[in-house]
Design a protein around this ligand. Structure first.
Ligand code: NDP
Length: 283
């Protein structure tokens, strides 16, 4: 039976360290301060924004929430980003996705000052990630790398299948794993031989939002399985992986909840502190 990769415990461990870092910054008169822009009424987004806020408070970081109505115009959102970019007291800016249909989310992300880009989603920072000259790493991807490292699971020479190719999870994770010398395959909804690919993989990461996509017969014995998905199934929070069956075959597996999710929030906070330190001339 697979060992649990306890993301929550690692997030708490890292949190203790970050709290100290924030305390030291505060002693120098610097308080990390970032803003989350949330447009519309997506219920999951509202929960995520609140979860971040609680974590920020715990770390000693200030988080402002700009809740904008569902009929917000593109220019209004751009104007807000410009205002936050120009405010020297704000160290980080992020747009909670998804945004309503009339909003061009890519244009909003491009407008964020790369120096304040908490999510690492500006074209400049995505480019730098792939050039192995990171400025900031998207939090979920960084959290997964940290989790594997913490449990001493090597990536070098391993066959990895990342299911999902979003800019926020799948692609940056593939970049980071490639950098660690894994052989990375990125699968997506048009992949025709998913089970064939996953059956060969030493490490499977699923980030699709499809409950029960990864079944036990798709996993080789001893594989490491990382489940990023957050889905609601029959009133329960589940990932993309058929956890009970897959854990019997995996050597390590992340639970949902308690796996990748807490690390994402923690690494967002780490990103805010990293940006704040840089903006204040610290390494
Ligand atoms: P997106 O919807 O942006 O991307 C989903 C990806 O999964 C797409 O590339 C899509 O393919 C692929 N996909 C969907 N269905 C299948 C399928 N049946 N087989 C293979 N590939 C498939 O989602 P996100 O990347 O933003 O998020 C993915 C999941 O992770 C969601 O459940 C989200 O809630 C969760 N999440 C969790 C986080 C955490 O901290 N735990 C953080 C961020 C997200 P295609 O490109 O072809 O459409």
């Amino acid at each position: 039976m697979g060992k649990i990769l306890d993301g929550k415990a690692l997030a708490n461990l890292l949190g203790e360290n970050l709290k100290k870092k924030v305390k030291n910054l505060k002693a120098e008169g610097i308080t990390p301060h970032f803003c989350v822009i949330n447009i519309g009424d997506d219920p999951a987004s509202k929960i995520y924004v609140r979860t971040k806020k609680r974590r920020a408070e715990k770390m000693g970081i200030i988080q402002d929430i700009y809740q904008m109505p569902a009929d917000t115009k593109q220019q209004e959102a751009l104007d807000l980003i410009d205002k936050l970019n120009a405010n020297p007291n704000i160290n980080g800016v992020m747009v909670q996705l998804p945004a309503p249909e009339q909003i061009d989310a890519d244009e909003l992300l491009e407008r964020i000052d790369p120096n304040k880009d908490v999510d690492g989603l500006t074209p400049a920072n995505i480019g730098r990630l792939w050039m192995e000259d990171h400025f900031i790493e998207p939090a979920t991807a960084e959290g997964i790398i940290a989790l594997l490292k913490h449990y001493e699971i090597p990536l070098k020479g391993k066959d990895v299948v990342v299911i999902g190719r979003s800019n926020i999870v799948g692609k940056p994770l593939a970049a980071l794993m490639l950098e660690q010398n894994a052989t990375v395959t990125i699968a997506h909804s048009e992949t025709t031989n998913l089970a064939e690919l996953t059956k060969r993989a030493d490490i499977i990461v699923s980030a699709t939002g499809e409950a029960l996509l990864v079944k036990a017969d798709m996993v080789k014995d001893g594989a490491v399985v990382v489940d990023v998905g957050i889905n609601h199934l029959n009133g329960k929070l589940v990932g993309d992986v058929d956890f009970d069956a897959v854990k019997e075959k995996a050597s390590y597996i992340t639970p949902v909840p308690g796996g990748v999710g807490p690390l994402t929030v923690q690494f967002l906070m780490e990103a805010v502190v990293k940006l704040t330190r840089r903006q204040n001339g610290r390494k």
